[in-house]
Design a protein around this ligand. Structure first.
Ligand code: LMR
Length: 397
């Protein structure tokens, strides 16, 4: 029965880790997968997370099955982080929310649920996180694209995105990156979000926010501004949040799917469908990561500590991005990568093409996805000069 089966290529992002680990060059640099690394290139477990784990250990909590929708305390905590505490939608119980297996799980459950109740296609930005395509295709949806990024200006292509929205059929799902667009790092301004919100409403589209980088752009509140604006403006919408990056809980797989509905009774019905999807896929999400997040956010001191740690990660990324751009322009052949300084979040969209990316990989052992996205958090003072030299050599040749 396996005779017909072919070998699929590795994931364009996770596959890089495999290639990287097989590379024996000591000077190799991994700028691929979006995971934060410290100044010495090591993975980081936040001290607030370690302390929360200690508290959880001391409480000797049981390991019974949680409800199908997940850890209730965590879900409430997550909704407050996303929408702000005391939000009218929370008070009115208009949000159907479940704990998800990371942001990916939230997108997938959301996609399947949408497919169950509506028949429209989904629209993704060009470019986008490659897994979006697989998730929505696997959920059986027709996938289309809208323009988002201008290669010429290295910025957000607002006019072309607006024009594309005007042509989308009503009830289409439109995937929006709430902040720190992956892979470009280029976000709409608040004024542009307002216009997008009006257009999306006028054309009766369903916004689905992917919110994986809260706290990596400006701060927790500002990064949520698009979602809160859309909520204020009365959209029925989906939000997939991830706590992989902002709590550094990558492998714990912790996220939330929130669906804003017109009233509490609809929210209850929607939740019942989400629960059934969960039950038939994995029964319920795991406890540990969710407990960590709610323990941190519900303790004033741990919350403070977490916010400081988040700020530290954010500023390290901002500073190393600036240093990268400056070195490229000062030291080596006046390369102008200043547009990168405008980009937000963990990534920079370098503008390097596929050939240049492969040359970096082959000649220097520097790994980035083929679209030229750089995980800035993988840069540090020990590898910066090496990467700058390599990039300038490749660009000049
Ligand atoms: C990334 O884009 O590198 C991260 O979001 C990790 C992933 O799941 O692809």
């Amino acid at each position: 029965m396996f005779n017909q089966i072919d070998l699929l290529p590795d994931d364009p992002i996770f596959g890089l880790n495999i290639l990287f680990s097989q590379d024996t060059r000591p000077e190799k640099v991994n700028l691929g997968i979006g995971a934060y690394k410290d100044e010495w290139g090591n993975p980081v477990v936040l001290s607030s997370v370690r302390k929360a784990e200690q508290l959880l250990l001391e409480q000797k909590l049981d390991k019974e099955y949680p409800p199908m929708e997940g850890v209730v305390d965590f879900i409430q905590t997550s909704l407050k982080l996303v929408f702000g505490s005391n939000h009218f939608l929370l008070k009115d119980k208009r949000i159907a929310a479940i704990q998800s297996v990371g942001g990916t799980g939230a997108l997938r459950i959301g996609a399947e649920f949408y497919k169950e109740i509506a028949s429209g296609p989904v629209f993704l930005s060009t470019p986008t996180w490659p897994n979006h395509l697989q998730i929505f295709r696997s959920a059986g949806m027709q996938v289309n694209f809208y323009p988002y990024y201008s290669e010429e200006t290295h910025g957000f292509d607002f006019d072309r995105m607006c024009a594309a929205i005007r042509t989308m059929p009503p009830k289409s799902l439109i995937i929006l990156h709430a902040c720190c667009h992956n892979p470009t790092g280029v976000d709409p301004t608040f004024e542009q979000w307002k216009i997008l919100s009006e257009l999306i409403k006028e054309h009766q589209l369903v916004p689905f926010f992917d919110f994986a980088y809260q706290g990596f752009g400006a701060n927790l509140e500002q990064d949520a501004q698009a979602i809160r604006l859309f909520a204020e403006e009365g959209h029925e919408m989906f939000v997939a949040s991830s706590y992989s990056k902002n709590f550094g809980l990558y492998g714990e797989r912790v996220g939330t799917l929130a669906i804003v509905t017109p009233d509490a009774s609809t929210a209850l019905k929607v939740k019942s469908h989400l629960k059934q999807r969960i039950r038939s896929s994995y029964s319920m999400p795991p406890l540990h990561g969710a407990r960590i997040v709610s323990t941190i956010v519900q303790s004033l001191s741990l919350q403070q500590e977490w916010l400081q740690e988040l700020e530290k990660m954010r500023s390290r990324i901002r500073n190393i991005r600036k240093a990268f751009v400056n070195r490229l322009s000062e030291a080596y052949c006046a390369l102008d990568f200043s547009f990168m300084n405008e980009q937000l979040g963990m990534f920079s969209f370098s503008g390097l093409d596929e050939k240049q990316v492969l040359a970096l990989r082959d000649q220097y052992g520097i790994y980035t996805p083929l679209n030229g996205r750089i995980n800035v958090a993988g840069l540090n003072s020990s590898n910066l000069d090496y990467v700058v030299q390599a990039v300038s050599q490749i660009v000049k040749s």
